[in-house]
Design a protein around this ligand. Sequence first.
Ligand SMILES: Nc1nc(=O)c(N)c(NC[C@H](O)[C@H](O)[C@H](O)COP(=O)(O)O)[nH]1
Ligand SMILES: [Zn+2]
Length: 196
Amino acid sequence: TTSPHNAYMQKCVSLAEQSPPRPTNFRVGALLLSRKDGDVSGTDDRILSTGYTMELAGNTHAEQCCFSNYAAVHKVPDDEVSTVLPIEAGRKLIMYVSMEPCGKRLSGNTPCVQRITKTREGDREGVQKVYFGVKEPGTFVGESEGCKMLTAAGIEWEHVAGFEKEILSVAFAGHENAAEKVKATLGEQGTDVAEE
Ligand SMILES: Nc1nc(=O)c(N)c(NC[C@H](O)[C@H](O)[C@H](O)COP(=O)(O)O)[nH]1
Ligand SMILES: [Zn+2]
């Protein structure tokens, strides 16, 4: 059976492409779904919400918008989204994000790892695993801490390979010298691609 990761990562790229380009962040796409335990093909997946950087007013991140959109549909404030996320025996909540969730934000706003971790408060299972297409480049916060923080919170994560160039090209679109930054990041992340 084919894994569903590529289709969802492609969807996150399409979401990220809707984000207004800015030099002060990355254009990212995020998707939240419920998956039946052991359903490696994702045929029984239920998409719960999507989000992209600055979809919602203010300096918002993709993961933040994904949760906020879900909270709005369920008529609760953002910080109570965990109370309306489905808890179903035999199913898990999974997030796909084109970029590693942030562990720190230069703006000082709540990092997305904290928002993901918060879904597990009150003994709720919350988000169990995060799939992402690239590690966060060092542009703003240097060595990214997102994955380490997810692990510390007991949340699994996995890098879905193959979309790095595409994801970074979208993410850096609002930056000066975007192409050079993409190339440098690919080099740093060890995903050099053969010259075009
Ligand atoms: N995973 C992720 N999703 C996003 O939607 C987004 N924009 C970033 N970007 C991470 C980057 O570290 C921060 O954008 C900068 O640190 C600036 O912080 P603000 O965004 O202004 O809070 N990361
Ligand atoms: Zn974030």
